[in-house]
Design a protein around this ligand. Structure first.
Ligand code: GDP
Ligand code: MG
Length: 193
């Protein structure tokens, strides 16, 4: 298959929010219960066919960079954002602090990239929401966070989606949202009204 678009996506967010699991899920790899810290950065490629509402099909090649959330890798992170088309910013709905910390990630990206990018903000681990023992970020709070901060981050669209890398819920949809928006901004994909 010959790709007519290559998009570079960077997945960011604190350690253990589920970045690697989401990427693995998107690539069709199995979910792993054991956490293995990503060292520096992982790099994966996925080919995808996307049908636009206007009937045109595009062959897309994704380069997905899964960045290490650990503080100690800060020195090497900047260069990984170079050439990125979109950011997938992940937090863990069972750890509200990881949502607040996305603001630090946004600042870092703004420092490293001198153009605005499309963002998908992902509230992950929704399968754990039933647990009543912890303070959980609700859908409303997630949406509010995005509404409040989107304009500070980028002039381009910022979407909010809630996922479970464990069950697979909404994972494909999150990446698809990003794809459609990337195509739309290139004038390649539009809705027929
Ligand atoms: P990363 O550090 O952000 O790359 O996080 P990982 O993908 O390594 O995941 C950290 C831990 O959370 C692992 O033990 C995963 O199995 C677990 N995990 C990731 N996503 C989910 C999810 O959606 N639901 C549940 N229950 N656990 C998850
Ligand atoms: Mg990881």
């Amino acid at each position: 298959m010959c790709a007519n678009f290559v998009f570079k996506l960077c997945i960011v967010g604190d350690g253990e929010v589920g970045k690697t699991s989401l990427r693995r899920r998107f690539l069709g790899e199995e979910f792993k219960k054991k956490h293995l810290a990503t060292l520096g950065a992982d790099f994966a490629v996925k080919d995808m066919q996307v049908s636009c509402p206007n009937g045109v099909t595009h062959n897309i090649k994704f380069q997905i960079w899964d960045l290490a959330g650990q503080q100690r890798f800060d020195m090497v992170r900047g260069q990984y954002y170079l050439g990125a088309n979109g950011i997938i910013a992940v937090f863990d709905v069972t750890r509200p602090k990881t949502m607040d910390n996305l603001l630090l990630w946004f600042n870092e990206i703004k420092r490293c990239v001198n153009m605005d990018l499309i963002y998908i903000i992902v509230g992950n681990k929704i399968d754990l929401r039933r647990s009543k023992t912890r303070k959980i970020v609700t859908t409303l709070e997630g949406k509010e966070f995005v509404k409040l901060n989107a304009k500070k981050v980028t002039s381009k669209p910022v979407f909010y989606v809630e996922t479970s890398a464990k069950t697979g819920e909404n994972v494909e949809e999150a990446f698809e949202m990003m794809t459609l928006e990337l195509l739309r901004e290139r004038g390649e994909c539009y809705d027929i009204n």
